[in-house]
Design a protein around this ligand. Structure first.
Ligand code: AP5
Length: 221
């Protein structure tokens, strides 16, 4: 799409479709997809201390503390493969995380190119997260109704699907509250920095993806 090094943030409430869009957009742009939620879940699968610590917060729908999350993310973006640009999914989630990211990129002579808000109502989010399932083998994300698992797939079939612990109703409600209290202020933060764009997340995943690419194109010209 562009030769310019881009650092793109996908912002939006839990279940807005950040992960779905990040996977597609990373494939189409070549940007490195970095999801802090995926990093914590990988640590949990690998039985690390960080994974066990993160689980105590994730299961309740709370944020993992800033110091732990920032350290993990900054270590990841210091690696060579992140120098060609990144697509951040689920980070930053607090103003403190946003400031730490700005500072770290600044030290590398880089900056956030654009933050794209995926706009979705609370009602739609509750419907989406209640039906989200993912493949126990490869991690691909589906929805029982909107994007059902593939019966013909050797890996992603119905019986191989699992539900995330934080997609239970009580945790979903808390995640929405935590988003409103701690993450939504980032909309004003990036708007003030003139780095905010938004797309309507209540369309088909393909249509959201096209709008997202158009938003990236608009800032890369
Ligand atoms: P994380 O994994 O980042 O979860 P999240 O932000 O809550 O986002 P989700 O993964 O739930 O949703 P999504 O927006 O990616 O939507 P998806 O594409 O899956 O974080 C989990 C936890 O980790 C946090 O609660 C926290 O504890 C911790 N954590 C992570 N990062 C942290 C940080 N920076 N600081 C502190 N703590 C942190 O889509 C959802 C569903 O909808 C799917 O079923 C999908 O198939 C479906 N869908 C997607 N798009 C559409 C569409 N257009 N139409 C219909 N259905 C759709």
């Amino acid at each position: 799409m562009t030769d310019q090094t881009m650092y793109v943030i996908l912002l939006g409430p839990p279940g807005a479709g950040k992960g779905t869009q990040a996977v597609q957009t990373a494939e189409r742009t070549g940007l490195l997809h970095l999801s802090t939620g995926d990093m914590f879940r990988e640590n949990l699968r690998n039985g690390t201390e960080l994974g066990s610590l993160a689980k105590t917060f994730m299961d309740k729908g709370e944020l993992v503390p800033d110091d732990v999350t920032i350290r993990m993310l900054l270590e990841r973006i210091s690696r060579e493969d992140a120098r060609a640009g990144c697509l951040f999914d689920g980070f930053p989630r607090t103003v403190e995380q946003a400031r730490a990211l700005d500072e770290a990129l600044g030290e590398q002579g880089n900056e956030i190119t654009v933050t794209v808000l995926i706009d979705v109502s609370d009602e739609e989010i509750t419907r989406r997260l209640g039906g989200r399932v993912s493949c126990a083998s490869c991690g691909s994300v589906f929805h029982e109704i909107f994007n059902p698992p593939k019966a013909e797939s050797p890996c992603c079939d119905q019986v191989n699907m699992i539900q995330r612990d934080d997609d239970k109703p009580a945790a979903i409600a808390n995640r929405l509250q935590v988003y409103a209290d701690q993450t939504e202020p980032l909309v004003a933060y990036y708007r003030q920095a003139d780095k905010l764009s938004s797309v309507n997340g209540e369309q088909s995943p393909q249509a959201v993806g096209e709008d997202l690419l158009a938003a990236l194109q608009a800032v890369s010209d």
